[in-house]
Write a protein that binds this ligand. Structure first.
Ligand code: FMN
Length: 380
């Protein structure tokens, strides 16, 4: 099937993946109201059409996270990519490198940061959860530094994991090993099974020196989750700042007050995020909060994610004050559907959509869109 857009990638992923993994990617917390709002609220904004401007090839390059990037979006941290496609983390990172955009590796990954840096050769970033055992966190930060990582994302909206009802129903959370029932369900997806078998039993490579986390990605992930520091507070973030001299991005900020705190603690940037509607159900969509947060923290770099499925969604966020956008499910679906080629295809589709939107808006570049946002993006 040809992947014309993200909805196609989602459908193809649904067919290829065992239900337990598709639902893990696709689902959200509780009644999934925030998940739906993330996508629906882009309709609150409209793009201003402007004709006969002579603009044919808008310049999509732009600055965020300390460098000029070819495109205004990057691949954000998504856990377990290596379970959606064999060597999935490296495949996604290669697609990002080919498009000249950054890839951020989740700390819940099969491949280690050093493997991704070695095998993908693009700019890799790393996402960290603060664990109760600070020495393991320090070890992960050391590995990131040794792999050449300059930017880490510290995720702050996931200390307590929400109830995701699809996962409960499918038994995803309780999963620590392959049971006969699960094997029977997996066998219904032979393409995925063969891909996994070719790559051997997936393990969290970063935990290779830690047998206390068990064997196999499922057991290791469960052990890792149970060690996330649920009591983390602003004061604890000083630990991260001390252990990470590079760029520090706080991911999971959704209010002006928290954005101000992030700025005060010395974050270099934030990601306005509700974790793709996977955490606090009933929370606002990120696009709804962006203008208020942008007004509250002038000078703080704002990235954003959650619900971005179209080039026009990205254009709206950039016009409202974001410096760049992180993709989540959008590329995870594509990876599950068609590996590296799938991710490359979806990057290309979004690129084309952004190009066409800007041309039809009479906007010559992402820089112009950022500089004159209210001219191009208006309330609907
Ligand atoms: C399957 C899945 C796994 C994720 N794993 C992580 C993770 O390990 N660390 C993290 O900071 N965010 C994680 N996220 C959240 C994403 O980084 C991002 O905030 C979210 O996907 C954005 O919403 P969207 O998918 O609707 O675009 C995950 C999201 C999904 C869908």
């Amino acid at each position: 099937m040809m992947l014309v857009n993200v909805a196609d990638a989602r459908q193809a992923a649904r067919r290829r993946l065992p239900k337990i993994f598709f639902d893990y990617i696709d689902g959200g917390a509780a009644s999934e109201a925030t998940l739906r709002a993330n996508e629906a609220d882009f309709a609150r904004w409209r793009l201003e059409q402007s004709v006969l401007t002579g603009i044919t090839a808008p310049d999509l390059s732009t600055d965020y996270l300390g460098a000029r990037r070819a495109l205004p979006f990057m691949l954000g941290p998504v856990g377990f990519l290596g379970l959606y496609a064999g060597n999935g983390e490296v495949l996604a990172a290669r697609a990002a490198a080919a498009a000249n955009i950054p890839f951020c590796l989740s700390s819940f990954s099969v491949a280690s940061i050093s493997r991704v840096a070695r095998e993908a050769l693009g700019e890799s970033m790393f996402q960290l959860y603060v664990l109760k055992d600070r020495s393991l966190g320090a070890e992960m930060l050391r590995a990131a530094r040794e792999a050449g990582v300059e930017t880490i994302f510290l995720t702050v909206d996931c200390a307590i994991t929400a109830m995701r009802e699809r996962d409960l129903r499918n038994g995803f959370r309780a999963l620590t090993r392959l049971t006969p029932g699960l094997l029977a369900r997996l066998a219904l997806h032979p393409g995925w099974c063969l891909d996994m078998l070719r790559h051997g039993m997936p393990q969290v490579e970063a935990l290779a020196g830690h047998p206390e986390f068990g064997r196999g990605v499922l057991a290791q992930a469960a052990a890792l989750s149970s060690r996330i520091d649920q009591g983390l507070s602003w004061a604890d973030l000083a630990w991260v700042r001390e252990n990470w001299p590079g760029r520090l991005v706080l991911k999971g900020i959704l209010s002006a007050a928290d954005a101000r705190e992030a700025q005060a603690m010395g974050a270099d940037a934030i990601v306005i995020s509700n974790h793709g509607g996977r955490q606090l159900d009933g929370a606002a969509s990120t696009i709804a909060m962006l203008p208020e947060i942008a007004a509250a923290v002038p000078g703080l770099e704002l990235l954003i994610d959650s619900g971005f499925r179209r080039g026009a969604d990205i254009v709206k966020a950039l016009g409202l004050g974001a410096s760049g956008v992180l993709l989540g499910r959008t590329y995870a679906y594509a990876l599950a559907a068609a590996g590296q080629a799938g991710v490359a295809r979806i990057i290309e589709a979004l690129t084309k959509e952004i190009e066409i939107s800007l041309a039809l808006m009479g906007c010559g570049s992402i820089e112009a869109l950022k500089a004159e946002g209210p001219r191009f993006v208006r309330p609907a």
